[in-house]
Design a protein around this ligand. Sequence first.
Ligand SMILES: [Cu+2]
Length: 490
Amino acid sequence: MTRMHAEARTGRRTLLLAGALAGLAAACRGSQSGADTAPTADRFVTDLRIPPLAASTIDSDGARRFALALRDDGRSSFLPGTTTPTWGVNGDYLGPTVRVRVGERVRMAVASRLAERTTLHWHGMLLPARMDGGPHQPIEPGATWLPQWTVRQPAATLWYHPHAHGSTAMHVYRGLAGLLVVDDPNGPELPGRYGIDDIPLILQDRRFDPDGRFAEADVDDGTYGLLGDTILINGTVRPRLRLRDRTVRLRLLNAANARVFHPGFADGRPFQVVGTDAGLLDRPVTTTRVRMSPGERVEIVVSLAARERVVLDSRGPDHASDPERGHFPLLQLEVRPDAADPVALPDRLAVGSPQPYRAGPLRRFRLDALEINGRRGDPARIDEVVVAGAHETWEISNGRYAHSLHIHGAHFRLLDATGADAGLKDTVFVPPGATLRLAVRFGTDIDPATPYMYHCHLLRHEDGGMSGQFVVVAPGTENEVPRSLRGHHH
Ligand SMILES: [Cu+2]
């Protein structure tokens, strides 16, 4: 066992070094293509695709029911003159936007028409571990998974995506992902007409083979996996969006496997951040650029002039390694001449009394290569035991590679942060060498036998085993929990 572990360690280090070189080569290609595709107005010729809203029905007990079908037979058109085989949810590529309300009971039927095992994880949802859609809730080919839960968390922009053991990166890359929006009918007045002044923006990067297929060779290779040179927004290359309103809300999701995006406007104009991963900010925060690592969401509001054209772009380092890398135009906004006047944002966004997030008992996590606290994830091992509803401080310290840490079944605030950085989170970028302190508040659903995960959301790292597991238990039972699930689960 010890010898096998040592061999695995050596192999991994070699892999990461080889990957660093591959990453460098990819970066050179990326910056070249960035240079010769500088944003000019006439290049944005495709209308932004808006994901359809998922249809729902109401059960006799008032629960809202959705049906999602995972498909591997999609045909998509991203580049002129080519067709790309894609995976999708209820469609060819990506999935419909699922909208649920605070307090509502939700029932999902997730049918898999894939030829291999997958899962569907509700990223950012506080729900029982058995409903979480992690590796312990596999959906076999042809099977339908029926999770249900009650929405007990603030309004936010969440998302769903596969989380299958070892194949998350490829399943997401091929197209399985969608938005999951939590609405609060008692929330503040914000632009909220879907696809009109409330715009979902799913950011992804892809690399294409000459025949138009997604290049897949590097998805599970190298230091960070594949960094694509073509940006897709909702599955649209270089899109434009015509607005009927001068004030618009953009719900940004970084659904890339590895790329860090830095959205802002090409002309440097300020905008207001109104929400982060797991909820609205207490008050709008004015800034000119935000940073989003894979898995993170940001909601922004910007006001424009009538007839104005402005480009949303991404400008900043992919992984804090080279500041010249990663300049990509994202979307051109075009305001119609007769657009509605701008609207002012409310002063306060948070509803009711703010959710308490405070420091608590300390746990330390050291990220190093693909290890957390010196080991890789084991689906049969419980790494941490947490008391239901607990407040804890998680200290995350990082080695030499960038990571993006996601905690299931919990929300957190960054201690020591201000402004938009102090918003409600479930995923956080961890730069090389950084130490972050998170005030984590755990959910209240008790299940000592089914773990939640915490893991790196760079999907090549996640698939490489950069994860751990915790269970949520009743107070006073922390020491009675078996630390091994062997024989219980896959
Ligand atoms: Cu990572």
